[in-house]
Ligand binder design. Structure first.
Ligand code: FES
Length: 101
């Protein structure tokens, strides 16, 4: 699956879109699983929010826009998507990549 992620580097004040390829066919994955795969295996510099205790759609801190709609990354399954475009939650100050205040 193609995954495009809006990136932002605050030190350089640079914004860009980065594309990754993730195999999501083996098991049912959430958007958070995709982010973790990218962060662990493809790009250690990717910043996203993960609440180590929640991860069940309760705290709301993992909100991201998925193909233009706000979703909770930890519970949004990617099975129904052909590709993903991930952006930071709207109307929030971006700290880095998908992390917002
Ligand atoms: S980590 Fe709390 S809602 Fe997703």
């Amino acid at each position: 699956m193609k995954v495009k992620i809006s990136r932002f580097n605050p030190e350089e004040q640079r914004a860009w879109v980065q594309e990754y390829e993730v195999d999501t066919s083996a098991c049912s994955m959430t958007v958070m699983d995709v982010l973790e795969y990218i962060g662990n295996y493809l790009d250690h510099s990717l910043a996203y929010y993960k609440h180590s205790v929640c991860n069940h759609g309760i705290c709301g801190r993992c909100s991201v826009r998925v193909n233009g709609k706000t979703k909770l990354a930890c519970i949004e399954r990617v099975d129904g998507y052909e590709s993903l475009e991930l952006e930071p939650a709207s109307n929030r100050k971006v700290v880095r990549d998908l992390v917002v205040l």
